[in-house]
Write a protein that binds this ligand. Structure first.
Ligand code: IMP
Ligand code: MG
Length: 175
């Protein structure tokens, strides 16, 4: 399949993604069923993962949206993270950040320190995908769906130059 100038092939199927989300939801349900939780969804990429995940959670929660963008070449993280931060009501509350993919870790590290300023009780992170070999900064991600090698992927919310987010499966770049 071609998107813009690049070729992609299937990498993670929709079925595999859905069973991963069920597994993550099971762990999160165990940890938070007796707590009040605020789910902070990182836009744009995490919107599809989050939509499926939150519907598998069996406790009440507040949902907030936050947009983070790292500028640079399209298939590499630049490290310049721009966060648009509304005035979030998370003081004294448990927070779970929902992210699509952790690559260098720079986005989540900026998001986490921005959220910490509001005085939450705790902050944990869940991500559908992690590329551990790409980390530039250590970041503690409590609930990781699938670990992959350092390959660029699209689909299920993830884009290549703003295309491919709507694909139900995840594709990896080949050339
Ligand atoms: P980090 O700051 O390097 O951890 O990058 C996180 C952000 O980079 C994610 O929220 C994605 O928007 C983007 N990103 C990283 N890897 C990929 C990928 O393989 N495909 C699409 N976007 C990616
Ligand atoms: Mg993104």
């Amino acid at each position: 399949m071609q998107i813009h100038d690049k070729n992609f092939e299937i990498f993670i199927t929709a079925d595999e993604i859905q069973s991963t989300i069920k597994k993550l939801a099971g762990l999160i349900n165990l940890d938070y069923s007796d707590k009040e939780l605020v789910l902070v969804i990182i836009l744009k990429g995490a919107f599809i993962f989050a939509a499926d995940l939150v519907r598998s959670l069996n406790f009440q929660s507040q949902i907030e949206l936050l947009s983070a963008k790292s500028y640079g070449k399209e298939i590499t993280s630049s490290g310049n993270v721009e966060i648009s931060l509304p005035n979030l009501n998370i003081k004294g509350k448990h927070v779970l950040i929902i992210e699509d993919i952790v690559d260098t870790g720079l986005t989540l590290s900026s998001v986490k320190s921005a959220l910490n300023k509001f005085g939450p009780l705790s902050i944990e992170i869940t991500t559908l995908i992690s590329k551990p070999a790409m980390r530039k900064i250590e970041i503690d991600v409590k609930y990781i769906g699938i670990e992959i090698p350092p390959v660029f992927i699209v689909g299920f919310g993830l884009d290549y130059a703003e295309h491919g987010r709507n694909l139900p499966d995840i594709y990896a770049i080949t050339s």
